[in-house]
Design a protein around this ligand. Sequence first.
Ligand code: FES
Length: 232
Amino acid sequence: MNTQKPVDAKVRISKDGPYLVSGELPLRKEIIGTNDAEESIKWQPGQEYPAKAQYALCRCGHSATKPFCDGSHAKVGFDGTETASRKPYIEQAEVIRGPTMSLTDVESLCAFARFCDPHGQVWNLVNETDEPTATKQFVSQTCACPSGRLVAWDNATGKPIEPAFAPSIGLIEDPAQRCSGPIWLRGGVQVIGADGFEYEIRNRVTLCRCGASKNKPFCDGAHASIGFSDSQ
Ligand code: FES
């Protein structure tokens, strides 16, 4: 995968149409790897797509050439109205303070990847962060959350703990749920709304590509309930 920072990488949302990606953002599938208990435990890299300077990613869920747009949004009358809060993440977040670390949580951003669940769930692990094993699990599970719903903070420094990502796009696959998931935008790529609004730049964001989210442009986990598949 290209690890050089692309120049001026952006995702522009077109009105009732696709995501217009520019800045040579690398694109590949990212698969949710599970253990025998079907708990999400690791990200596995999948198919890579040839590098392109610009491309249009399907947002309505109906393209026959997914992940790319084929114009189907116009035929199906896709309503891509952006309804998500535009407040900065931290203003929306619930804070849970533990002994050495804290957790911030914006539930509306949940993309249902379920890395939060193992080892008794991150909402409990944060209260055990005076213990090294629990702290390690808390940090790795929180950092694996693709949407950035969950963020770990170091109480001593007051700083968030974020995974290092080069600017790139992942297309999430969820074999345990037998569905495809959202677009995983990583490394601080600017998202621009159909009205020109510049969303807060974050290290991790998941954008809906099944068309069914009630929190557009972000994924709200609806892809699992509709059984979205990007191979159809
Ligand atoms: S891709 Fe998750 S709700 Fe659409």
